[in-house]
Design a protein around this ligand. Structure first.
Ligand code: ADP
Ligand code: MG
Length: 615
């Protein structure tokens, strides 16, 4: 329950709504408990007309407002028809007043819960964006989605309905028990006796229902995943003739879902009749014990008392049955809030330094004895890495897959902080530089391309937040993708992704390059971003880049050697350590790893062109 304390700040923020809501709850219940009293009065009044009626020695003590109304009616000397009609109208007015305040109660409490839900979602989303890459590596997207959607709506059931039911319960119980005890204390005990059993039963049954619903939810999500994979993998399924096997899987999941759903239906089938039974029992006890009281002591308990009590008991059954519901709502909200707090309390390991300097990049990048081990996996990705890149230099980082090339880029962008050694920009440790400014000044083309389900134009202009069409087109041209975009049905307005065109790997890479180029920064990092591009396009892009990068600093990460591009420095990485560095001719002359890599590449390429010639 302590986890729900995190919500106090919201309750405080919306205290006026909450306070008003509680007042409305009391008012609506106040008008609710008056109607049995008016009914009691009418019954007494009509009974007087029958011969042999003796008025009770101690008349019932009604609420002040009811007394006011009833004495007005009885002293006016109306006939019984008029009295009954007037009392009927009074009851109708009371019901309308009750309804009016119920409306206001929902307008305050439920609306407050919606506001809290909105605030909470924004709070979580904002926090998600602050969390570091390491966090995202260790938590699945499904988990993140669940906490911002499912868990927040469970918490809302607490801040809205649960609080409303609770206030309602306290109001109706205190008001009705107050008037019942005034009327007949002993009969009150009998009438209310079955109600706690009702509350407890509902609590347990409700927990069972929740558990079953969760199972249903889980099997439904299995079923959906299964179906989804079959649709997206339909080509593989058909070509391997596995339709039958897939149907088998689906049928199995479907069967599990059906079983759970039927289980739930069974519990619910028992649930509702047993509630009705318990409520009926309360009414029955009231009439029976009330009757016995009347026989023993007709002055104290009469027909009006019994009718009033039956009405009170009926009034109490819904709020009392809501106890079980409310308790399990609160329990589930606490569990959900705990999961939300877990994330909100996660402190991002990469943070903006206090007194961070706003440093516009001049030029020099300096990696000084950097050692880096990935948290969680313990892979030592960079070993004693020392590299100096001067302003305007073009540096290539070459090496096999897994040699630590991408890690260099990740560290420079501060996706992770280095543990040992340091990275400096113009002699300032990058951990001291304002994080936003650091990242804004670097254009990064990641190895794994990610495009949004958006138009081509918005994907390219993403980093600028409002780029002109001319700028977008220029960037597309520089990335050698403009011809293909021109061939799309809606050119730059074409949607990408699920709802639009499916792009080839190379097209995606080039749009991702255009997105980086449009920023026109001083430092660019390309991480293996030409891997899915054919040789001719590669040459075209490199030709464009030569021009574009003229007065920029560039780090080009690649597992293939671009011999057409003249790098100021080529660094060869092997298992996280620099094994060679120099210019292309220098490294070839050394006849080491680089020369070997180059020779292998030449061989492969000539093999490829031979094959092309054979076709
Ligand atoms: P390259 O880009 O040269 O292919 P990387 O820098 O991506 O190599 O990876 C270097 C090593 O670090 C590899 O062994 C890889 O498995 C590991 N690695 C890369 N990224 C992560 C990560 N986010 N978490 C844990 N280990 C990683
Ligand atoms: Mg890589």
């Amino acid at each position: 329950m302590k986890h729900l304390k995190a919500l106090n700040k919201y309750f405080w923020k919306y205290r006026i709504r909450l306070g008003a809501g509680v007042i409305f709850v009391f008012l609506s219940n106040y008008f609710n408990v008056l109607s049995p009293q008016v009914t009691g009065f009418v019954i007494d009044f009509v009974q007087q007309l029958f011969p042999g009626y003796t008025a009770p020695k101690n008349p019932p003590r009604y609420d002040a407002l009811v007394k006011e109304i009833t004495s007005g009616i009885s002293h006016a000397g109306y006939g019984w028809v008029k009295v009954v009609a007037l009392c009927g109208i009074t009851i109708l007015v009371l019901a309308l007043l009750r309804g009016f305040f119920l409306f206001l109660m929902r307008q305050t409490v439920i609306v407050m819960s919606r506001y809290i839900e909105y605030d909470q979602k924004n709070e979580i989303y904002t926090h998600y964006q602050k969390l570091d890459t390491a966090f995202y590596k260790t938590h699945s997207t499904g988990d993140l989605m669940n906490r911002i959607a499912e868990d927040v709506s469970r918490v809302r059931l607490f801040t809205g309905p649960a609080i409303m039911y609770l206030a309602n319960l306290i109001a109706i119980i205190s008001l009705s028990v107050f008037f019942m005890v005034k009327r007949d204390a002993e009969l009150t005990i009998y009438a209310l006796a079955p109600l706690p059993i009702l509350a407890i039963t509902i609590y347990f049954v409700n927990n069972t229902i929740n558990k079953k619903s969760e199972q249903i939810q889980a099997s439904l999500s299995d079923l959906t995943t299964n179906a989804q994979e079959s649709y997206s993998g339909i080509r593989v399924i058909k070509s391997f003739v596995q339709e039958k096997a897939m149907l088998g899987f689906f049928a199995k999941n479907s069967e599990a879902y059906k079983k759970n759903a039927i289980g739930l239906a069974k519990v619910e089938a028992i649930y509702f009749p047993s509630i009705t039974f318990l409520i009926g029992l309360s009414t029955l006890l009231t009439i029976m014990i009330g009757g016995l009281h009347h026989i023993a002591n007709p002055d104290k308990t009469n027909l009006a008392t019994i009718v009033e009590f039956v009405m009170y008991v009926n009034m109490l059954t819904f709020p009392v049955s809501a106890i079980g519901l409310t308790a399990s709502m609160i329990q589930r909200a606490a569990a959900s809030q705990k999961r939300i707090n877990e994330f909100l309390d996660t402190i991002p390991s990469v943070q903006n330094a206090e007194n961070a300097v706003l440093h516009p990049l001049q030029g020099d990048i300096n990696f000084i004895n950097v050692n880096f081990t990935y948290p969680h996996t313990g892979i030592h990705a960079l070993k004693d890495f020392t590299l100096r890149i001067k302003k305007g230099e073009k540096v290539a980082i070459v090496g096999r897959t897994g040699s630590g090339k991408s890690t260099v880029a990740q560290l420079l962008l501060r996706m992770y902080d280095v543990a040992e050694g340091k990275i400096e920009l113009d002699n300032i440790n990058i951990q001291q530089i304002d994080l936003k400014m650091l990242r804004e000044q670097i254009s990064y083309v990641p190895q794994d391309v990610f495009l949004f389900s958006e138009t081509v134009e918005n994907n390219i202009g993403f980093g600028l937040g409002g780029a002109s069409r001319a700028a977008v087109e220029r960037a597309a041209k520089q990335a050698s993708v403009e011809k293909e975009i021109a061939a799309f049905s809606h050119q730059y307005e074409t949607m990408i992704g699920e709802r639009g065109v499916t792009l080839s790997g190379g097209q995606k890479q080039r749009i991702s390059i255009a997105r980086a180029l449009i920023k026109n920064p001083d430092l660019v990092i390309f991480d293996d971003c030409l891997s899915a591009v054919d040789a001719r396009t590669e040459n075209e892009i490199i030709g464009n880049l030569n021009e574009y990068l003229q007065d920029k600093t560039a780090i080009i990460i690649t597992h293939r050697i671009f011999s057409l591009f003249s790098f100021d420095k080529i660094v060869v990485l092997e298992e996280g350590a620099i094994v060679e560095q120099g210019t292309h001719p220098e490294l070839l002359a050394r006849n080491g790893s680089y020369a070997a890599l180059y020779a292998r590449q030449q061989e492969q390429e000539s093999g490829q062109s031979d094959r092309d010639a054979d076709d």
